[in-house]
Design a protein around this ligand. Structure first.
Ligand SMILES: Nc1ncnc2c1ncn2[C@@H]1O[C@H](COP(=O)(O)OP(=O)(O)OP(=O)(O)O)[C@@H](O)[C@H]1O
Length: 437
C-alpha cells in the first residue's frame, strides 16, 4: 500500500473505512476501502461477496474494483473514485432536481441494475449512499450484500437499509427475489423528486405503517410464505386508504408517478424488472413531445396563465404483460406547480442500519502482502496533480500486526475475463459520449 497516499476519509461504513487516495505511481485519484475485519488467507478475500460479484460485473454504471491488496492481514479494495454519493448530493441541493436530471440518473442506475440482474446477482442494499456520483454520471457501489440469484433460500431478513427495504423483507419472507432491488429503486426515484425519503420508518413495524400510509394496506394473499404473520395480519386490517401519489410528489410527471407506483407495488410480481423499466414512458417522454412552434415562455406570457403540455406517447405501460410495449396514449401533463420543498436534515448514520455480514473467526497468520490488479497496467485514467502538503502516507493507518510486505501480482486476463470486453455496450449513445469525454 506504500504507493497510495491518503488524502482524506470519505466514509465510515459498516464493513470498512473509505479514503480518497492518490496512486503515487500513476497520479490517479482512487478510493481505498480498508476492511474493518482482519484477513488471514487470500482465499477468504477472493471469496468475499463484494469481490466475487465485482469480478463478474463490468459495467459503466457499476463501480470498478481496480485492485485488491492484502497486507499485514488487512484487506484494501482500490476502487475508481467518485465525487460524492447521491445522499450527499441530495442533501446539498437548494432546489429539486429537474425531471431531466432525474431521468438521466435513473436511466444509468437501471442500466447498471439490469446488467447485474442479467448476470445473476442482486444488490440487496440499494440506497442513495450506495449510488456514487460524479457530475451527471452515477454508479452502483457497495456490493457487500450482493447475492447470486442461484443461491438457495432461506435468505437472511436483515438485508437492506430500512427505508428502502421491500415489504417482503419486512414481513420476513424467506424467498425474496431481485424485485427487492426494484422496490428500492422506486423509493429512490420518489426521493429524487422531493429530496425526502418517501417511507422514513423509525422501526421495522413503523416502516410497514409508513408504507401503508402511502399505498394503503396490502392484500394479505400476496405474501403466502411470510414468517411474520402477525405483522401481516396487523397491517392488512389497517383502516387506511392509499393516497394520491401526485399529491405526495407534486413535481413528478404522470409518467414518473406511474413508474414509482409500479416499482413500489406491494406485490413483488407486479414490480417491473430493470429491463422493463427502461421501456417505460418515463424514459421516452422527451422523444415524443409535440414541440410548440413558438417559445413556450412567450406563449405563457401572452396567454396570461399556465398551459398544459401535450405529450404524445407511443408507449403505454399497462399492467398486463402484453400491454408493456403497445398502445397509444395521449397524456396531458399540467405544468409543474411552484415548488416549496426542502430536504430534511439527516446524518448518514441515522438513515437506517447496515449489516455486518462477516465473522472474524479465522485463525492463523500471513504476513504476505498480496496485490491483485483488476485493470491492465496501461489502463490509467487522468493524472491529478496534488499538493504534497495534503498528503499523508497510507501506512499512517495503524496496523495491528507488523510484517514485511511482499507483493504478488495477478494478471487481469486470468481473473477477470470480461472486465474490458465491451464496457459501453449497455449504454445509450449520449451516455457513451459523455463517459468517454
Ligand atoms: N469509489 C468511491 N468513491 C468515492 N466515495 C466512495 C467510494 N466508495 C465508497 N465511497 C464512500 O464511502 C461510503 C461507504 O462506502 P461503502 O458503502 O462501500 O462501505 P460499507 O462499509 O460497505 O458501508 P455500508 O455501511 O453502507 O455497508 C459511501 O457511502 C461513499 O460515500
Amino acid at each position: 500500500m506504500e504507493k497510495y497516499r491518503i488524502l482524506k476519509e470519505l466514509g465510515d461504513g459498516t464493513c470498512g473505512n473509505v479514503y480518497k487516495a492518490l496512486n503515487m505511481e500513476t497520479y490517479e485519484i482512487v478510493a481505498v476501502k480498508k476492511m474493518k475485519r482482519k484477513f488471514y488467507f487470500w482465499e477468504e478475500c477472493i471469496n468475499l461477496r463484494e469481490v466475487k460479484s465485482l469480478r463478474k460485473l463490468n459495467h459503466p454504471n457499476i463501480i470498478k474494483l481496480k485492485e485488491i491488496v492484502m497486507e499485514n492481514n488487512e484487506l484494501f479494495f482500490i476502487f475508481e473514485y467518485m465525487e460524492c454519493n447521491l445522499y450527499q448530493s441530495m442533501k446539498e441541493r437548494q432546489r429539486p432536481f429537474s425531471e431531466e436530471e432525474i431521468r438521466g440518473f435513473m436511466l444509468q442506475v437501471l442500466q447498471g441494475l439490469a446488467h447485474m440482474h442479467k448476470n445473476g446477482y442482486f444488490h440487496r442494499d440499494l440506497k442513495p449512499e450506495n449510488l456514487l456520483v460524479t457530475n451527471d454520471i452515477i454508479k452502483i457501489a457497495d456490493l457487500g450484500l450482493a447475492r447470486e440469484l442461484s443461491s438457495m433460500p432461506p435468505f437472511t431478513d436483515y438485508v437492506s437499509t430500512r427505508w428502502y427495504r421491500a415489504p417482503e423483507i419486512l414481513l420476513q419472507s424467506s424467498s425474496y427475489t431481485p424485485a427487492i432491488d426494484m422496490w428500492a429503486v422506486g423509493a429512490i426515484l420518489a426521493e429524487l423528486f422531493t429530496l425526502c425519503p418517501i417511507f422514513p420508518g423509525e422501526s421495522e413495524t413503523d416502516q410497514l405503517y409508513k408504507i401503508c400510509g402511502i399505498l394503503g394496506p396490502p392484500d394479505w394473499t400476496i405474501f403466502p410464505e411470510v414468517r411474520s404473520a402477525s405483522r401481516l395480519v396487523d397491517i392488512s386490517n389497517l383502516n387506511v386508504s392509499p393516497v394520491n401519489l401526485s399529491d405526495v410528489i407534486p413535481n413528478a410527471s404522470l409518467e414518473a408517478i406511474d413508474l414509482i407506483k409500479q416499482l413500489c407495488s406491494w406485490d413483488p410480481l407486479r414490480r417491473p424488472t430493470a429491463e422493463q423499466c427502461l421501456q417505460h414512458p418515463f424514459f421516452h417522454v422527451g422523444k415524443w413531445i409535440l414541440k410548440p412552434l413558438e417559445d413556450p415562455l412567450q406563449l405563457k406570457l401572452s396567454n396570461g396563465g399556465p398551459k398544459p403540455n401535450l405529450e404524445l406517447n407511443l408507449w403505454d405501460f399497462g399492467r398486463q404483460k402484453d400491454d408493456y410495449f403497445l398502445g397509444l396514449t395521449l397524456a396531458i401533463n399540467p405544468s409543474p406547480p411552484s415548488l416549496d420543498l426542502f430536504p430534511v436534515e439527516m446524518t448518514s448514520r441515522s438513515r437506517g442500519t447496515g449489516t455486518d455480514m462477516f465473522c472474524s473467526d479465522f485463525q492463523g497468520h500471513s504476513q504476505q502482502s498480496v496485490f491483485w490488479s483488476l485493470l491492465p497496467p496501461d489502463h490509467h485514467q487522468t493524472s491529478v496533480p496534488m499538493e504534497s502538503s495534503l498528503m499523508s502516507s497510507f501506512s499512517s493507518i495503524p496496523h495491528t500486526t507488523a510484517g514485511v510486505p511482499q507483493s504478488r501480482g495477478f494478471p487481469l486476463a486470468s481473473l477477470q475475463s470480461n472486465i474490458l470486453d465491451h464496457p459501453f455496450l449497455a449504454m445509450s449513445s449520449s451516455f457513451q459520449q459523455r463517459h468517454c469525454v
